[in-house]
Write a protein that binds this ligand. Structure first.
Ligand SMILES: [Zn+2]
Ligand SMILES: [Zn+2]
Length: 282
């Protein structure tokens, strides 16, 4: 039995005798099945093909964990390191011994939390590599789990996973879409890790909000306002999106509010309350 990994989204299934027919995550309107049809791989095959883990120090206490060459949707995970332990934010569809060694050298990991199902990756493999580290899945998204495991725990609303590290359910992209607030990040200004609960766009002064990013399906304006309301109580300056190049270095809640106003205005659901930087004069 092999635990197959979807080539398009990088999410691993429970072990099965043969290749599964479909990937429910890619069949959903928020994702897509790659042109050429559903395809699967395994960790063993990926190791033989020369995949490796790309580890990058991003700031003191934060390490990026991606796959080289890029795999799935190019997502990368983030290891938040604190004096009380480490937590892995988001996951990737690959793991190997050098990766485990590298994370152990940084103190290992005491839990895995994710922004949403597009970042579930090979979460059970990562958990088992670190003594069955708990995997916290929002109750609202439990049905998207593709490989069940005893390490999976349900949460909703908010959850402090370590002192100063808090999961916040925002909804929008998925009902359980979350952000992780790390109070000590960015030299104490606070950091928000968002995956694509809100996404840092190529103009990294802004974020945006979508039901489907690849298929360009928007979320309603009221959901955008709810996402902003959910993160507003948590002070932050920097925002890490779900990809290496999607980082807003500073700007925090003001940038999120400005982005939400722009979104709501162009959605036709209301007027923005003040001019957007770089936009025309009102
Ligand atoms: Zn898939
Ligand atoms: Zn997504």
């Amino acid at each position: 039995m092999d635990a197959f990994i979807c080539v398009t989204c990088g999410v691993q299934r429970a072990p099965s005798d043969g290749r599964p027919e479909r990937c429910p995550i890619c069949d959903d309107e928020r994702q897509y099945v790659r042109q050429g049809g559903q395809a699967w791989t395994t960790l063993e095959a990926m190791r033989a093909e020369g995949y490796g883990v790309d580890i990058r120090e991003l700031e003191p206490g934060l390490t990026g964990v991606g796959i080289d060459p890029s795999f799935g949707i190019g997502q990368r995970a983030l290891l938040v390191q604190t004096s009380d332990g480490n937590i892995l934010w988001d996951c990737i569809g690959y793991i190997d011994d050098p990766a485990i060694e590298a994370i152990r050298a940084k103190g290992g990991l005491g839990g895995i939390v994710m922004s949403h199902p597009h970042f579930y990756g090979a979460m059970v493999e990562w958990s088992r590599a670190f003594g069955g580290a708990p995997i916290h899945i929002p109750a609202a998204d439990r049905g998207w789990v593709q490989r069940s495991d005893d390490a999976i725990r349900a949460w909703s609303g908010s959850l402090q996973v370590l002192p100063g590290v808090t999961l916040v359910q925002c909804g929008g992209h998925f009902d359980g879409s979350a952000a992780l607030h790390w109070a000590d990040g960015a030299q104490g200004k606070g950091v928000l890790l968002v995956g694509d609960t809100m996404t840092v766009v190529p103009d990294v002064r802004y974020v945006s909000f979508m039901r489907s990013y690849p298929n360009l399906i928007p979320v309603p304006a009221e959901q955008v306002n709810r996402i902003v309301d959910a993160v507003r109580p948590y002070p932050f300056g920097r925002i890490y999106g779900g990809w290496w190049d999607r980082v807003m270095q500073a700007g925090g809640i003001e940038a999120v509010e400005r982005s939400a106003r722009r979104y709501v205005e162009w959605s036709g659901a209301g007027d923005r309350r003040e001019p957007v930087d770089g936009g025309p004069d009102p």
